[in-house]
Design a protein around this ligand. Structure first.
Ligand code: PAF
Length: 266
């Protein structure tokens, strides 16, 4: 596995990579089984799997959240090596944003709703860094988890809007055995919060199965100790964000009422 830290070295690796497809998985590190499922799929469906690890400051609207974000770099590299990753890109902030983030991608509809309404500028930061990473790595396919459903839709829309030659591959939400969606932020939960956290998915899934309103499931979640940021139906899914203590969790389930596209199996 090659570890590349500069833009110039990445561009050289890209020019030298020869025939065959590249599958790319962008990450912010703190890797878990959910990321590994993306890497394994990238490896299986392409000649090579490239991964980036970059905790992108532009997508954090809360400096405390950025500071708390876990960064277990050595463990991440070990995990990626074992998963058969061919190249890891670990750029520095000043190299990703030589312009000081003066140039950025803005989307003016979906990015302002749901998570975007609570985290101003978040999706501009995500789309900008994903565009840069796709331009640098030029993969045939890039793999994104459906846990971040709004992100997935926005990235897919950007790739189409800018005629990029990359196919965005959606990958099913990976869950712990108790149903909690895998997330790098789960490791920030206290033992007591971790024990409560599975109720998030359980109540969300039950609300869809029992055709409960979003208000009713929000009330149930508050009763279980979650602070609800939003629960909304969109694009055949019920999307939600909650807080447990200082940790923000997001999740979504297929099959919400009022769907405007066919639901895909999770
Ligand atoms: O989903 C993430 O981890 C990040 O938003 C991404 C896509 C790596 C961009 O920083």
């Amino acid at each position: 596995m090659r570890v590349v830290a500069t833009i110039a070295a990445l561009q050289a690796a890209r020019r030298a990579r020869g025939a065959g497809d590249t599958g790319f998985v962008p990450t912010m590190g703190a890797l878990h089984e959910g990321h590994l499922a993306l890497v394994r799929r990238a490896r299986a469906e392409n000649s090579r799997a490239w991964v980036s690890i970059f905790v992108n400051p532009a997508q954090f609207n809360d400096p405390g959240d950025l500071q708390r974000y876990p960064r277990p770099l050595e463990a991440d590299l070990e995990i990626l090596r074992a998963a058969g990753t061919d190249l890891v890109f670990l750029p520095h902030e000043q190299d990703v944003y030589p312009d000081g983030y003066r140039y950025r991608v803005a989307e003016n509809d979906l990015s302002l709703k749901f998570c975007g309404a609570r985290r101003p500028g978040h999706f501009d930061g995500v789309l900008t860094v994903v565009l840069k990473l796709l331009l640098l790595t030029r993969p045939q396919r890039a793999y994104f988890g459906e846990k971040d459903f709004q992100q997935l839709r926005l990235v897919d829309g950007m790739v189409r809007a800018f005629f990029l030659d990359t196919e965005i591959i959606p990958c099913a939400v990976m869950r712990e055995p108790d149903g909690l969606a895998m997330s790098s932020r789960n490791r920030l939960l206290t033992r007591e919060e971790r024990a409560r956290a599975p109720a998030f998915h359980r109540l969300l899934a039950r609300s869809v199965a029992e055709r409960q309103s979003t208000d009713a499931v929000a009330a149930d979640l508050e009763q279980e100790g979650f602070t609800v940021e939003y629960i909304e139906d969109h694009d055949g899914r019920r999307l939600a964000a909650v807080r447990l203590g200082t940790v923000r969790l997001i999740d979504n389930v297929v099959g919400a009422a009022g769907r405007d596209s066919a639901p895909a199996p999770e």
